[in-house]
Design a protein around this ligand. Structure first.
Ligand SMILES: *Cc1c(COP(=O)(O)O)cnc(C)c1O
Length: 409
C-alpha cells in the first residue's frame, strides 16, 4: 500500500460525506488492533476453539499419482465452522466490533454464505443482526435464508434494481448511514472502501501463515505454485499473503462460466472484458458497459459471480506478481467429480475453480515440486447444483417426489 488505502492506482475510499467519520473510527480501531499483538492472539485462540484452526494441509496422494507430476497439497478451509474461509473474516470483524463497543452488525449477501457466517458470528457475540439480500437471491437460496433466520438474524429482501448482490450492498450502506453509532457493516470480501480490502486480507492471512509453516514442516520446501479461486478475492489474498515475499508462483482462478467467448462469465482479471472504474466505494476492474452500467455475470459457483474484484489483486496483476486464469463451469464440475472420487474431498464449486488450473499444470511439474490448492469451502451446500449438473436421475426423482409430497398437503 502506498498512499492510504491505495494499491498502485487501485483501491481508495469513495464514500458519502456522512460516512467519513464512521470510516475514520473503523480505520483507527483496525490500526490499533493490528498494532496490538494481544488482539491477533485472541483472534487465533477464538478461531482455534470455535472454528477448528489451524486447518490441515492435506497431501492429495491419489491425485498426485493420477497426474504424475507435482505433489499436490490442499489447504482445508472447508473445515472451518460454517464450511468456508468466510468464518475467518466475520469472526475477526466480530472481535473488532466488540472492541469498538458496538452492538449491531449488518451485512450484504449474494449466495447467502456470507450472511450465514455473519449471523453465526452475531449469535456467538450477542449482536443484533440484519442481512440485506436481493429478492431474487432469496428465492434461489432458501436453505441459507432459513439458517440466517434460525440464527436470529433479520433478513431484509431488497427489491431495488436487479434484486441481487449489488443492490443488497447499496441497501446495507443506506442502513449504515442511518445507524452509524451502534452498527458495524461486516463487508464480506477484500473489496469496498479502505480499510476493508486491507482488513479482510489481514484476517484471512491466517490461511497463508498456517499454510507456509505447514508446507515447510511437511515437505521441507516452499511450494512452486499456489492456486486459489477468485470471487471478491478474500480467500486468494488470505493464502497468497503468506507467500508474497517468496519465490512462489501465485495463480488466481476466476469464473469462466459458459466460456469467455459467450460473455456469460465473471472474469475481471483473466480476460479483457472488465474495465477500470469506481463503484461501491472503490476503484478496480469492473465488468461494466461503456456507460458504467454493471453487466450480468454468470458462474456455476454463486460465490464467484461478482462484478468487481479486490483492488489488491488488481494491483498484484498490474505488477505481475499474480497470474490470472479462468475455469469454465464444465471443467469445474469435472474437477469436482475427480476430487470426490480420488480423495473423498468435496470442494465447493467455487474452490473447484482452483483445482481445475492445478490439475492442468501438475503434469508439467516434477515430483520434486510441491503445489498447494486452497480449498476455500466445502461442497455439500452445492448438492442442488452439482446433482443437476451430473444429471443424476435418482436425485431428480427425489426432488419431484418432495414437491408432490408438499402439494398433497
Ligand atoms: C464466498 C466464497 C468464495 C469467494 O469469495 P472470495 O472473497 O473470492 O474468497 C470462494 N469460495 C467459497 C467457498 C466461498 O464461500
Amino acid at each position: 500500500m502506498t498512499e492510504r488505502g491505495y494499491y498502485g492506482q487501485f483501491g481508495g475510499s469513495f464514500i458519502p460525506e456522512i460516512l467519513v467519520a464512521t470510516f475514520e473510527e473503523l480505520v483507527q480501531a483496525f490500526e490499533q488492533a493490528k498494532a496490538d499483538p494481544g488482539f491477533w492472539d485472541s483472534y487465533v485462540r477464538l478461531m482455534g476453539n470455535y472454528s477448528g484452526r489451524p486447518t490441515p494441509l492435506t497431501y492429495a496422494e491419489n491425485l498426485t499419482e493420477h497426474f504424475g507430476g507435482a505433489r499436490i497439497y490442499i489447504k482445508r478451509e472447508d473445515l472451518n465452522h460454517t464450511g468456508a474461509h468466510k468464518a475467518n473474516n466475520v469472526m475477526g470483524q466480530g472481535l473488532l466490533v466488540k472492541r469498538m463497543g458496538k452492538s449491531r452488525v449488518i451485512a450484504e449477501t449474494g449466495a447467502g454464505q456470507h450472511g450465514v457466517a455473519t449471523a453465526t458470528m452475531a449469535a456467538k457475540f450477542g449482536f443484533d443482526c440484519t442481512i440485506y439480500m436481493g429478492e431474487v437471491d432469496i428465492q434461489r437460496q432458501r436453505p441459507n435464508v432459513f439458517w440466517m433466520e434460525q440464527l436470529g438474524a433479520t433478513v431484509v429482501p431488497v427489491t431495488e434494481g436487479t434484486r441481487t448482490l449489488k443492490d443488497a450492498i447499496n441497501e446495507a450502506f443506506r442502513d449504515w448511514v442511518s445507524a452509524m453509532d451502534d452498527t458495524h457493516y461486516v463487508l464480506g470480501t477484500a473489496c469496498g472502501p479502505h480499510p476493508f480490502p486491507e482488513m479482510v486480507t489481514w484476517f484471512q492471512s491466517i490461511i497463508g501463515r498456517e499454510a507456509r509453516n505447514q508446507v515447510l514442516e511437511e515437505t521441507g520446501r516452499l511450494p512452486a505454485r499456489i492456486y486459489a479461486c477468485v470471487g471478491g478475492g478474500s480467500n486468494a489474498m488470505g493464502i497468497f499473503s503468506g507467500f508474497l515475499d517468496d519465490d512462489v508462483e501465485l495463480i488466481g482462478v476466476e469464473a469462466g462460466g459458459r466460456g469467455l467467448e459467450t460473455g456469460a462469465h465473471a472474469t475481471r482479471l483473466a480476460s479483457d472484458d472488465a474495465s477500470l472504474g469506481v463503484a461501491q466505494g472503490y476503484k478496480t476492474f469492473f465488468l461494466q458497459d461503456d456507460d458504467g452500467q454493471m453487466k450480468e455475470t454468470h458462474s456455476v459457483a454463486a460465490g464467484l459471480d461478482y462484478v468487481g474484484v479486490s483492488p489488491i489483486l488488481s494491483h498484484l496483476k498490474a505488477s505481475g506478481r499474480v497470474r490470472f486464469t479462468a475455469a469454465t463451469d464444465e471443467e469445474v464440475v469435472e474437477a469436482l467429480s475427480l476430487s470426490i472420487r480420488k480423495e473423498g474431498l468435496i470442494p465447493a464449486l467455487e474452490s473447484a475453480h482452483g483445482f481445475v488450473q492445478a490439475f492442468k499444470e501438475a503434469p508439467e511439474l516434477s515430483r520434486d515440486d510441491v503445489i498447494v490448492i486452497n480449498q476455500s469451502g466445502r461442497g455439500d451446500k452445492d448438492i442442488f447444483t452439482v446433482a443437476d449438473a451430473l444429471e443424476d436421475p435418482s436425485w431428480r426423482k427425489f426432488i419431484r417426489d418432495k414437491a408432490e409430497e408438499y402439494d398433497a398437503h
